[in-house]
Design a protein around this ligand. Structure first.
Ligand code: ADP
Length: 194
């Protein structure tokens, strides 16, 4: 299995690049943000609980998202690999993911970390908010809260994977195709060892 994490702050282009990467490499896309928004759209109990956190720019509790990922892994037993997008967002989530993959004799091969400056992120998200229909993209204070949450709780996840030499930093500013090419180069450099 080839499992990768697309890592980076809100607005760094994870969703856009994920779509292109899963198509090229035949991976299954697991975005906890998308899974949570589906729960909200279906008005499930989990969705209603998560919405409160999301509307305030806060992370949803670890056990909720870990449970969603566990069930997504169980539903795709034949996958040739997964692309994790927006997960793990805390070190506890990263450790839980390692355990879940170890049960399948698998592991994370590479963490691709998109680098984008803070003001660029805010501008991109405000722009996206005009058309995305996402309430968490329309208010600047919620966007800034998400970035602070990222700095405090999610940035340390890169440190966690650095100790295993799995993190590659990629410039997330420039054309979409140019960034995509840089990501592909890094993947292909690691794909040889199956
Ligand atoms: P973005 O990266 O643009 O902020 P996402 O769609 O990844 O968007 O996430 C939207 C919101 O969903 C987050 O602000 C957070 O509240 C919640 N969320 C998504 N993934 C996780 C996760 N792995 N752990 C905790 N909360 C999450």
């Amino acid at each position: 299995m080839f499992n990768l994490i697309l890592f980076g702050p809100p607005g760094s282009g994870k969703g856009t690049q994920s779509e292109k990467l899963i198509e090229k490499y035949g991976l299954i896309h697991l975005s906890t943000g998308n899974l949570l928004r589906e729960e909200i759209a279906n008005q499930t109990k989990l969705g209603l609980e998560a919405k409160n956190f999301m509307d305030h720019g806060q992370l949803v509790p670890d056990e909720v998202v870990i449970g969603m990922i566990r069930s997504a892994l169980e539903h795709n037993p034949k996958a040739k690999g997964f692309l994790f997008d927006g997960f793990p967002r805390t070190v506890a989530q990263a450790k839980a993911l390692d355990d879940l993959l170890a049960e399948k004799n698998a592991a994370i091969r590479i963490v691709l970390a998109l680098e984008v400056g803070q003001e660029e992120l805010v501008q991109r998200l405000l722009h996206r908010g005009k058309t995305s229909g996402r309430s968490d993209d329309t208010k600047e204070e919620v966007i800034r809260a998400r970035i602070i949450e990222y700095e405090n709780k999610t940035a340390p996840v890169a440190g966690y994977y650095e100790q295993f030499g799995k993190v590659v930093h990629v410039k997330g500013v420039g054309g979409i195709d140019e960034i995509f090419r840089s990501l592909c180069q890094q993947i292909e450099a690691r794909q040889t060892v199956q």
